[in-house]
Design a binder for this molecule. Structure first.
Ligand code: ADP
Ligand code: MG
Length: 151
């Protein structure tokens, strides 16, 4: 099931992210697609806020992975832009981070397409113009958590 949302500012994308963040649970994996500057890091900031983990999210471009730890739920944010082999992926700790209390959010998930779980939540962000984005959320069959979000 795919639901399409539109935002007309970064603030609106953060607000949508917050609502997504409130609906996430441990074990969820978000697989982003959408080019450079689409808003993947921006929406992740909203998701972190919605999960109660604060607004300090920055791009994991250099570190490859940033962790935001909470008492109940944690967020681990990856940038797979430079990942192009199974060995590279292994070194990010990707597989070790998957657990019941952790949400994974993966930028450039296209680069690890074969390693993504079947039930990944797909978030595609398309840049319409300077300030407008079309944000498509695809959840597995029967998962209606993201179908009716007001932001
Ligand atoms: P990505 O991680 O996809 O490369 P970023 O989130 O780092 O993208 O950057 C998105 C840029 O686009 C930011 O500078 C942000 O302020 C700007 N922007 C403008 N309008 C929007 C919008 N509607 N949603 C998200 N970001 C927006
Ligand atoms: Mg980014």
């Amino acid at each position: 099931m795919t639901k399409v949302y539109k935002t007309s500012s970064a603030a609106e994308t953060i607000a949508l992210g917050e609502e997504i963040g409130r609906r996430l649970k441990g074990g969820d994996l978000i697989a982003y697609s959408g080019g450079l500057g689409a808003g993947k890091t921006t929406i992740t900031r909203g998701i972190s806020i919605g999960m109660g983990l604060g607004d300090e999210v920055t791009s994991p471009t250099f570190a490859l992975v940033n962790e935001y730890r909470g008492d109940r739920l944690s967020l681990v944010h990856f940038d797979m832009y430079r990942i192009n082999s199974a060995d590279d992926l292994e070194t990010t700790g990707f597989f070790d981070y998957m657990d019941e209390d952790t949400v994974l959010a993966v930028e450039w998930s296209e680069n690890i397409a074969e390693e993504l779980p079947e039930d990944a939540l797909r978030i595609d962000i398309q840049r319409i113009d300077e300030d407008s984005r079309e944000i498509s959320i695809t959840a597995p069959e029967g998962d209606d958590r993201f179908e009716d979000i007001s932001y």
